[in-house]
Ligand binder design. Structure first.
Ligand code: ZN
Length: 348
């Protein structure tokens, strides 16, 4: 798992969900049946197939990865709190998770484990950073916390979440995913130390390999978590990894859930990085991107002149427009209207 940042659903889609919620009828178990029937019909429609699933995918770097196990089979809209537990949450955007058929149909399907205080014990990666609850070993297995004598309430809570999440989602049951996580560990251990010894194009390629797959990125995010929070990070990670993370503070930004959750920005950043980006400085929502050579940015949405140069201030506007500020010129357009390319030869 990796921490995710919930994106806003469009106003139109939110309204469609509210309309569906208003159609849930009856009380008690009949209300559950009503909500389930409505949801089963609605999930075949455009609202779910296009808007809900694409916004959920955007939360994970635009990929249809299961939020729980990060397999690439995340195709179903799952209710974090099941319909049987709360039929009124059947059409709540905040209750939606993108899940694979295995996680969606495992023990979790209708169960909703809670602790003695009634607090959910199934990890929701949209709400909390999963790494403190699900430590990983080098071969890709999550560690199971055993009950200890004299547990503090905090330790008990962490153990309850660890146990429930591993049990209900079966995260250690699938050998292919254990193998993928273990391979990701080796890959990061090999490539990350090379990053500081390489510059420009080669460094951009290494970064792409480490950040493109949400599963590889989740292992890197776990390592960064250990580096920042563990009492003995050097022992846990080993000298090579520990030094590599220390030498590359940029990794903190790569695993930042909010930066990763902006799909169009993510695409543009990747394209830009492929154009020999040499540095990205982030302040709040703004990214100042520096290039080794001149690039050009243009939009077909307006008659604004093309912008060219080595330095570009790129800001993301949550209302669906990307704003580029470039040499004092501000260009605004929907993300799909942008063209980013190398500087044309004719340009001085
Ligand atoms: Zn899954």
């Amino acid at each position: 798992m990796i921490r995710l940042h919930r994106l806003d659903l469009s106003d139109e889609a939110e309204k469609d969900l509210l309309d569906l919620k208003a159609n849930i009828t009856d009380v008690g178990s009949a209300r559950k049946r009503s909500a389930r029937a409505l949801f089963n019909r609605a999930r075949q429609a455009n609202l779910f197939q296009k808007k809900v699933i694409s916004t959920l995918s955007g939360m994970n770097g635009r990929s249809q990865r299961c939020f729980y196990c990060l397999s690439d089979r995340g195709s179903a809209v799952d209710h974090y709190r099941p319909i049987d537990d709360d039929p009124d949450a059947a059409f709540n955007w905040d209750n939606y998770i993108l899940a694979c058929s295995v996680c969606n149909s495992s023990e979790k399907n209708k169960a909703f484990p809670v602790d003695e205080a009634g607090k959910p014990t199934l990890l929701n990666p949209v709400d909390v950073d999963p790494h403190a609850y699900l430590p990983l070993n080098k071969i890709g297995e999550f560690l199971w916390f055993d009950e200890e004598t004299d547990e503090t309430p905090e330790v008990k809570r962490v153990r309850s979440v660890n146990n429930a999440t591993l049990k209900y989602l079966g995260l250690n049951e699938y050998q292919d995913l254990i193998h993928e996580r273990g391979s990701a560990w080796v890959m990061i251990e090999t490539l990350l130390p090379m990053l500081t010894r390489n510059t420009d194009q080669r460094a951009a390629e290494i970064k792409k390999m480490l950040t493109e797959s949400p599963l590889v990125l989740s292992v890197l995010a776990f390592m960064v978590h250990i580096y920042s929070n563990h009492s003995e990070p050097l022992e846990y990670l080993g000298e090579r990894l520990y030094r590599a993370i220390a030498d590359c503070p940029e990794t903190q930004k790569w695993v930042d859930p909010e930066l990763r959750s902006r799909p169009e920005e993510h695409r543009i950043m990747q394209e830009l990085c492929g154009k020999r980006c040499v540095d990205v400085q982030t302040t709040g929502d703004d990214h100042c991107i520096h290039f080794e050579e001149d690039i050009s940015v243009s939009t077909r949405a307006s008659n604004a002149p093309e912008a060219k140069g080595k330095k570009l201030l790129h800001a993301y506007n949550r209302k669906g427009k990307v704003v580029f500020q470039f040499h004092g010129l501000e260009l605004v357009a929907p993300p799909s209207h942008w063209t980013i390319g190398p500087r044309p030869d004719s340009e001085i």
